[in-house]
Design a protein. Structure first.
Length: 298
């Protein structure tokens, strides 16, 4: 019975998302404004988590400044929810008008050089719209994603994320499946959203004034594949508009020291968050785990 209810919920949700994905942007953002008021002033979705994260990350800011960032964040979160649904009804041309890639020639150059690429992504701006990257070069594109519990919704989201030619790999299978690409003639670009809080990690550092753990999977895969590592620096330039610049971390990951790639990623991530904090995903419980005493800070 529970499975039937779960499936029913999934089908109803997917029906709603398909419907909303056909709405014009002006209507989408009017709905987003209503969602903001409901989420922030009505149910107060994770407000305790958001405000605690902001206070700990920016101890030098006043309560008024923290409140201003939080309000802007919830506005952006509502937009992000609508935009993540909208992409299902968008074509490649529509997406290209809204996400500007500032240096796509870098990917073309790397492909001509026969380079595999690891791209480090962030829960910043609208990472869902990065699926349009597939038009930039002749690489084969893959992105690591976290499986959604509801199978109906998971299938819908996977279809949405792969509609422009990007292959999706479940997080629990990512390491093995990516390494299977070793003999792949279509040079891969593997995308990792690497700013989640891992259950276990040997890498802890001070990030936003707090002890923080980071995934090492992307670095391990990059070093195994001798790939070039890029950071996708995504910025929000207006409502429903973004720019992306690829910043090279290293030419050949196999030649880097341990943690060198992760350390560079953390510092780049921290820089863009400090500049415009409202566009990062503050409602996640990023700091719910404590560093084990036997693991040093890096």
């Amino acid at each position: 019975m529970n499975q039937k209810l779960d499936n029913l919920f999934g089908y109803l949700t997917v029906f709603f998302m398909r419907l909303v994905s056909r709405f014009p942007f002006w209507l989408l953002y009017r709905i987003s404004d209503l969602i903001f008021f409901f989420v922030y002033y009505g149910i107060g979705y994770r407000k305790k988590v958001v405000f605690e994260n902001l206070r700990r990350s920016f101890p030098g800011k006043t309560e008024e400044e923290i409140h201003q960032i939080a309000v802007k964040y919830y506005h952006h979160l509502a937009d992000l929810m609508m935009e993540s649904i909208k992409i299902h009804g968008m074509n490649a041309k529509s997406l290209q008008k809204r996400v500007e890639y500032l240096n796509p020639e870098l990917l073309v150059k790397l492909y001509k050089q026969g380079k595999k690429v690891t791209t480090l992504l962030v829960h910043y701006g609208n990472w869902e719209w990065l699926t349009g990257m597939t038009s930039l070069s002749d690489h084969s594109y893959t992105v690591i994603y976290k499986t959604i519990h509801n199978k109906v919704i998971d299938r819908f989201m996977k279809k949405t994320r792969t509609k422009f030619g990007m292959a999706g790999i479940p997080m629990e299978k990512s390491y093995r499946m990516i390494l299977d690409q070793q003999g792949n003639n279509n040079l891969p670009i593997n995308g990792f959203i690497a700013d989640q809080s891992p259950l276990k990690s040997k890498y802890w550092t001070i990030f936003l004034n707090q002890e923080s753990a980071f995934f090492l999977g992307a670095e391990k895969v990059a070093r195994k594949q001798n790939s070039t590592v890029l950071f996708a620096d995504m910025r929000k330039t207006g409502r429903g508009h973004y720019s992306v610049k690829f910043v090279k971390i290293c030419d050949d990951a196999s030649l880097t020291d341990e943690y060198e790639i992760t350390r560079a990623y953390v510092r780049m991530l921290e820089k863009i968050i400090v500049e415009k904090p409202e566009y990062w995903l503050w409602s996640h419980q990023r700091w719910k785990r404590k560093r084990p005493s036997n693991i040093p800070l890096n």
